[in-house]
Ligand binder design. Structure first.
Ligand code: ZN
Ligand code: MN
Length: 516
């Protein structure tokens, strides 16, 4: 019984969502000491030293690579870079933080005031009713650098602490509250993961905690500008849980509004429980004053302007290269792909390069022969995309693999695409060849020879003539108007050629003869 909808409908409200994201950087060393940063793959408490354990009297030395990579990410998110920076201490007590403070940045983050555009999202949400058709700009409030804390492992009523993670370089990204739906938040996070991977600064694997996300959300009546008390949701370990937790929280807050209890909403931190698919309150939110931030006295400030710069920011900018957003748009434009295929093909730099190399080789092989097409790149791009995104991915997934684990070489794939595009093999044969290419690593030509699938049926017109002369009665009926018999003739041709004929070519030949 949803009688309350009589009084207040969800469409009168909008969700106001912001994200706070932490991304671990995969530098060789930790943020402020010489320890290996590979602690997640090592036995607990083996990649540690006096500095990352917070022994009194030790001094932190910042990792320049980490500062560079944080700057790289800030630039990729179109942030402004602070010309003058230093670290701050963020004070709080917890067993995972032996110093009693985290070295972070407060007053002058690496980057601020950035923006990331995300494409429109198809929404199946119950809490989201608008279908957006344009890109949405998400503001980036700030991006700063800090050190990770140790990892607490809860085990039979005890908390075990693994300090391997303590001191791992971490970037924190805070967005403006620009999301209006859980789906947008998820899409943004997925793009952020992709950007980190494109830049090569993090594997950004959510399940492994390289990419962690807290989401804050409040509701407000549509048309209002003010922000109501928000809840911050923690413990989101997958893209799906970000989406689900936000959906849940929006519904929970909406119910309070419906019941006239919106005044009971206070700024609070809630934890997402994967088992019950719900959130519960952990604590009312502390404010930044509680952390008593102050400048870290043990690390000198650093500069990106003046005589003594740490490094040249413009040089770092040159390392960025084409980012996922731009690559997708270019694939759509240059190769005539739909957005979804472009998204699949740009899911990694390796896959995107693979696709473009295949198209390029294919283009050089058949350039002279297909000039009838206005846009050759679109013609072969679309077909290559289809065979990689649909067929090759399908064959691989049948073996429990993804396109990332594709064993087919660029050379074999372009040779294969040449046979397909020139219609030297039909799609049935092509499918068989592709399967063998994946499982046996042979070239398409080798497979065709060994399997006697040999491509084009050279004397197809002879076979068509044979079929027609063997079935004079049907030919007569066809000519009297029973044109559905075309399928019968085609079937006969396919039978005689053991499925090797190109159906389209055979159909054309049949029509040609029959309509004489
Ligand atoms: Zn250390
Ligand atoms: Mn943080």
């Amino acid at each position: 019984m949803h009688f309350e909808f009589l009084f207040m409908s969800f469409s009168e409200f909008e969700a106001v969502i912001g994200l706070e994201i932490h991304i671990q950087l995969k530098t060789k060393r930790k943020m402020f000491c010489w320890c290996s940063n590979d602690g997640e793959n090592q036995p607990p408490n083996t990649t540690i030293c006096e500095v990352c354990l917070g022994h009194p009297g030790t001094l932190p030395v910042p990792n320049k690579q980490a500062i560079k990579w944080a700057t790289l990410m800030a630039l990729a998110l179109n942030c402004k870079i602070n010309p003058y920076q230093f670290f701050d201490r963020k004070n709080y007590f917890y067993p995972d933080l032996p110093k009693g403070y985290q070295i972070s940045q407060f007053s002058y983050p690496i980057g601020y005031d950035g923006v990331l555009s995300i494409p429109p999202v198809k929404s199946k949400s119950k809490t989201y009713i608008e279908e957006m058709s344009d890109d949405i700009d998400i503001g980036i409030e700030r991006l700063h650098l800090e050190e990770d804390a140790a990892k607490n492992i809860h085990e039979s009523g005890k908390i075990l602490v693994d300090y391997n993670r303590a001191g791992t370089p971490l970037i924190e990204i805070v967005t403006k509250p620009d999301f209006r739906s859980p789906q947008h938040a998820k899409a943004f996070l997925q793009d952020l993961q992709l950007i980190a991977r494109y830049l090569g600064i993090s594997d950004a694997d959510m399940e492994k905690g390289h990419l962690r996300c807290d989401a804050n959300v409040s509701l407000r009546p549509r048309g209002e500008d003010r922000l109501y008390p928000k809840t911050e949701i923690k413990n989101l370990n997958s893209f799906k849980s970000v989406e689900r937790a936000l959906e849940y929280e929006i519904q929970r807050q909406f119910k309070l509004w419906q019941e006239g209890k919106q005044n009971t909403l206070t700024q609070a931190t809630r934890l997402w429980d994967e088992n019950t698919q719900s959130t519960y309150e952990m604590r009312t939110k502390e404010t930044s004053e509680d952390y008593r931030y102050f400048p870290e006295p043990d690390i000198p400030p650093f500069y990106f302007e003046g005589d003594n710069v740490l490094f040249d920011v413009d040089e770092v900018k040159k390392e960025i290269g084409e980012l996922p957003y731009d690559k997708r748009k270019r694939f759509v434009k240059e190769y005539g792909l739909d957005m979804e295929s472009a998204r699949v093909l740009t899911a990694s730099v390796i896959l995107a390069n693979y696709f473009e190399e295949v198209v390029e080789i294919l283009h050089s092989m058949i350039e002279d022969e297909i000039e009838s097409h206005d846009n050759v790149y679109q013609y072969i791009g679309k077909q290559t995309s289809k065979w990689i995104v649909n067929k090759l991915a399908g064959v691989l997934s049948g073996k429990g693999k993804s396109l990332d684990e594709n064993p087919v070489s660029v050379e074999h794939m372009s040779e294969f695409m040449k046979l397909v595009v020139k219609r030297e093999i039909n799609s049935t044969v092509a499918q068989k060849v592709l399967e063998k290419m994946v499982s046996e690593g042979l070239s398409p030509q080798e497979i065709l020879e060994s399997e006697d699938l040999a491509g084009r049926v050279e004397d197809l017109s002879k076979i068509v003539d044979e079929v027609l002369s063997e079935n004079p009665a049907e030919v007569e009926k066809y000519r009297q108007g029973k044109t559905a018999l075309l399928q019968f003739f085609l079937g006969q041709v396919m039978k005689k050629t053991q499925g090797k004929a190109d159906p389209q070519e055979a159909t054309e030949l049949l029509k040609n003869r029959l309509e004489k």
